[in-house]
Design a binder for this molecule. Sequence first.
Ligand SMILES: Nc1ncnc2c1ncn2[C@@H]1O[C@H](COP(=O)(O)OP(=O)(O)OP(=O)(O)O)[C@@H](O)[C@H]1O
Length: 209
Amino acid sequence: MNQPTLASEAFQPQLSVSGLTVRRGERLLFADLLFELKPGNVLLLRGPNGVGKSTLLLALAGIVRPDAGTIAGAERTDLHLLNYQSGLKARLTVSENLTFWQAMNGASGLTVDVALDAVGIGGLGVLEAGYLSSGQLRRLALARLLVSARPIWLLDEPSAALDAEGEALLGRLIDAHRQRGGIAVVATHHDLPLVDQAGVETLILGGAA
Ligand SMILES: Nc1ncnc2c1ncn2[C@@H]1O[C@H](COP(=O)(O)OP(=O)(O)OP(=O)(O)O)[C@@H](O)[C@H]1O
């Protein structure tokens, strides 16, 4: 597998959250969240199942409307959201799926073939996506981050189903993204193998820091 090489053009994103409060039904998930992310920052969202990590990512993506507070600094087109609702078309090939997303999100990153190679599924481009294993599906989702360059990555359990080599790959991808100024907000139950811990913060939902 190739070492992922992202385009060198620098990002200058900012993501400012203030007073952010979200309820689901009757339940208050979180209130008065305050944080500011700058180029190169990573925010890890931690906390038990059901505490609101995915919901916070959806709020940052503009999909869940907050009950109070503001989210500033990012346009919808600055964001990549990687979660379980990946919009995969099982009857299209792996390459066709990635080409579709590239057309949707802009061909500002790697080519489809290079991106598939970078995430270790370069040999699977002609396979119908419905036949991919869980880990291969997750790698395809990662390739989606690479074909369209966007400065803010919102990643929901990105290491789920990845093997040890895949987790290491994920760490390298996030590190490369940060090196060009990108921001990542990552909901995870696992430690990420990031090389550089500077600029990495943790937000624990539903518990003490
Ligand atoms: N559309 C919805 N309507 C009502 N409640 C919802 C809705 N979506 C999610 N919830 C609830 O909101 C809470 C937070 O869910 P969320 O998926 O954000 O948790 P999480 O911290 O990401 O959990 P996990 O670690 O299991 O992925 C859960 O109790 C869930 O049942």
